[in-house]
Design a protein around this ligand. Structure first.
Ligand code: ATP
Length: 247
C-alpha cells in the first residue's frame, strides 16, 4: 500500500513544560485526500495542526513524544519555513491576513519561498483568481477592509501561492454565514480534485466537514476517540447525538 502523504504517529504535546494537551494522537492523510479533524472547543485540533507545521514553539509548546512524517520523511525538526518548501502549508485559525497590505500583496507573500515574482508566480496568481473571482475583484483593497469570507479566501489563496501538496486548514468556517461556508468548502473540494492538493481540516462544524471530507478523526480531550470514512461517521449514532445535534 502507498505511504500516506502525512503521517502523525502517537504524538504527545505539552505546553509550558507541564500542561499535557495531546495524549498520543495518530492520524494519516493520503495523497489527494481531504481529512477532517473534528472535536469540540479545546479538544486539541489546532494544537495538532501546529505540531505538524512546527508553530508550537512560539506558544511554549513542545512535541515530547511521537513522530510526524511527510512523504515518508521525518519533519518534526524542520522549521515552518522549510516545511512550506516541502509542500506543507498551514492556514491559521482566524486567517491572519496582513491588514494593511492589499489582497494581491497578501497573496504574493505566500510565494516568498519561491523568490522573485516570475512568470510561474504570476500564473499561480491568476490560478488563485480563477478559483476565487471575488479576490480578483477585491485585489486592490486593503485586506483589513474586506469581509471575513474574503479574508478566508485570501488566506487559502495565499497558501496556494506556495504550491503546496497539503494545506492544514484550521477552522475555515469560523464566523462565516452558512452559505459562505458552503462556498468555501466547494472551492476546497474543487482544488482537491483539479489541483490535487490534499487537505487536513480542523473543524467544529462537523456536518459541513463530513459533507466534504473523505475521512474523519474525532478528538476528545487530546485523544482520537473515533475515526472512519466520512459517510460512516456521519451515520454513526454517537456522532449524530454529540456532534451533529440529531439523534
Ligand atoms: P479551538 O477550536 O477552540 O481552537 P481546539 O480543538 O483547536 O479548540 P486547542 O486550541 O488545540 O483546541 O487547545 C487544546 C487545549 O490546549 C485547550 O485546553 C487549550 O486551553 C490548551 N492550550 C492551547 N494553547 C495553549 C497554550 N499556548 N498554552 C497553554 N495551553 C494551551
Amino acid at each position: 500500500m502507498a505511504e500516506p502523504l502525512l503521517k502523525v504517529n502517537n504524538i504527545e504535546v505539552i505546553y509550558d513544560h507541564v500542561i499535557l494537551v495531546l495524549k498520543g494522537v495518530s492520524l494519516e492523510v493520503p495523497e489527494g485526500g481531504i481529512v477532517a479533524l473534528l472535536g469540540a472547543n479545546g479538544a486539541g485540533k489546532s494544537t495538532t495542526l501546529k505540531s505538524i507545521s512546527n508553530l508550537l514553539r512560539a506558544e511554549r509548546g513542545d512535541v515530547t513524544k511521537g513522530t510526524i512524517e511527510l512523504n515518508g520523511k521525518t519533519v518534526h525538526n524542520l522549521t515552518a519555513n522549510d516545511l512550506v518548501r516541502q509542500g506543507c502549508v498551514q492556514v491559521m485559525e482566524g486567517r491572519h491576513c496582513f491588514e494593511h497590505l492589499t489582497i494581491e500583496e497578501n497573496l504574493l507573500t505566500g510565494a516568498y519561498t519561491r523568490g522573485r515574482v516570475n512568470a510561474a508566480v504570476k500564473a499561480d496568481l491568476q490560478m488563485v483568481y480563477d478559483y476565487f473571482p471575488r479576490l480578483y475583484e477585491r485585489r486592490k483593497s486593503q485586506a483589513g477592509y474586506t469581509s471575513g469570507g474574503e479574508q478566508q479566501m485570501c488566506a487559502i489563496g495565499r497558501a496556494l501561492m506556495a504550491r503546496p501538496k497539503i494545506i492544514l486548514l484550521d477552522e475555515p468556517s469560523m464566523g462565516l454565514a452558512p452559505q459562505l461556508v458552503e462556498q468555501i468548502f466547494e472551492i476546497v473540494k474543487k482544488l482537491n480534485k483539479e489541483e490535487g492538493v490534499s487537505f487536513l481540516l480542523a473543524e467544529q462544524n462537523t456536518s459541513v466537514a463530513l459533507k466534504y471530507a473523505d475521512y474523519g478523526y474525532i478528538l476528545e480531550n487530546g485523544r482520537v476517540v473515533m475515526d472512519g470514512d466520512a459517510e460512516s461517521l456521519a451515520n454513526n449514532e454517537d456522532v449524530k447525538e454529540f456532534y451533529l445535534g440529531v439523534s
